[in-house]
Design a protein around this ligand. Structure first.
Ligand SMILES: [Zn+2]
Length: 220
């Protein structure tokens, strides 16, 4: 690490925070991230958008929301050391970012969340992670668990179930709209594969789906 850089790092030490902003699918997390990015641009702040690559067919490095806005992002690969990546970026550009915004942070590994914490502590960069709390079986994702353990600030982005309660479950559905209870933790999909529900509706829909399947089995 260069001399200039060490001094800079010490000067910035302790000023940043690690944020976790979580919500269910469809809670406009990505739109919030992009709004944040826009605000930083307006204020002339240095920021960087990042996103884990989970679909290798992905060609464009952009974060895009369903309301139509998008920003360029850097991919985070499964084995990537984010601390080293950011250090190299800072050293080569001689600019320390004020903010790093991360979409789909639930897919990061525990080690990668720890690397983000180190970026906050060493460089004073604020790191904001947007993501899901739990998977389709209502269990924590690895990245989200680590964020709950070590983030400086945790905020829920709330959205409402059809019944009026707060959503907390990202239910996976099949083509017929039945709740899927088995499968891999990560399966990419949008509104056709997932629906955000409150815990109570999730339970009722699972019972309905099980009854429908039992009925189908009988008639065959
Ligand atoms: Zn509900």
């Amino acid at each position: 690490m260069g001399c200039f850089f060490n001094i800079f790092a010490i000067a910035m030490n302790g000023r940043g925070k690690l944020y976790f902003k979580y919500g269910t699918m469809g809670s406009a997390k990505t739109a919030l991230l992009l709004t944040q990015a826009y605000n930083f641009e307006e204020r002339g702040l240095q920021y960087l958008c990042m996103k884990p690559i989970i679909d290798n067919r992905e060609k464009e490095n952009v974060i895009r929301s369903r309301i139509g806005i998008e920003r360029e992002c850097s991919w985070i690969y499964t084995e990537m050391n984010i601390y080293e990546y950011v250090t190299q970026l800072y050293e080569s550009s001689l600019v320390v970012k004020d903010w790093i915004l991360i979409d789909e942070a639930q897919f990061l590994t525990e080690e990668q969340i720890d690397q983000l914490a180190r970026i906050v502590d060493d460089y004073g960069t604020n790191v904001v992670c947007y993501g899901l709390r739990t998977d389709f079986q209502s269990h924590l994702f690895e990245g989200s668990r680590r964020l709950f353990e070590i983030a400086d600030s945790i905020e829920e982005i709330k959205s409402t179930c059809a019944c009026g309660r707060k959503t907390s479950i990202n239910a996976r559905i099949d083509a017929q709209g039945n709740i899927v209870t088995d499968g891999n933790q990560v399966e990419i999909g949008g509104d056709d594969r997932y629906v955000a529900l409150c815990r109570s509706c999730w339970r009722n829909k699972r019972i309905e789906s099980a009854e429908r399947n039992a009925l189908k089995f009988k008639s065959e």
